[in-house]
Design a protein around this ligand. Sequence first.
Ligand code: FMN
Length: 181
Amino acid sequence: MEGKEILLGVSGSIACYKAAELASTLVQAKAGVSVVMTHAATQFVTPVTFEALTHRPVFVDLFDREYVASIAHVTLADKADLLVIAPATANVIAKLALGLADDLLSSLALACGAPLLVAPAMNDRMYAHPAVQANLRCLRERGARIVEPEAGMLACGHEGQGRLAEPERIVAAIRAALCTS
Ligand SMILES: Cc1cc2nc3c(=O)[nH]c(=O)nc-3n(C[C@H](O)[C@H](O)[C@H](O)COP(=O)(O)O)c2cc1C
């Protein structure tokens, strides 16, 4: 992974804490990691956590006045070898499928020419919902790689499929994606 630039998108799931472990593992593997969080994600983990782990600023706002000169969603997208969204909420997956661009993460996903890897995390019924499955199918058909969530006890108390894949599975998928891109 040395020298590779990974853009890590983190959206608003209870599984955000696992993204911190993922970022740390990627940095230890000598990848450059830039993190973009949705506003909802900052309710679960603070940007400071990712800044400390990646030694880089974390981006949240599309209209950030400090970075307006360089237009963060374009510069971050241009540099990336791979865009990884983990955890990916049902909301972000829907926005990716539709091509919506109403925040920094969804805007840069459109501006990014790098391959896309999505690791969904959500309640089992949300994950099984035909709308979510149709959106994931749409992303797959466009060439995105999906790291399927795992089955087990969920934070909501249900048992079923929806738990974010463990960081080592996501890292293995990242390595595979970087090898073939
Ligand atoms: C405690 C809690 C946990 C949540 N976990 C998830 C989750 O794992 N997956 C998901 O799709 N939405 C989850 N949500 C709902 C999202 O945070 C919500 O849909 C939000 O609008 C997502 O915004 P974003 O996609 O911009 O990050 C959770 C909400 C709360 C309050």
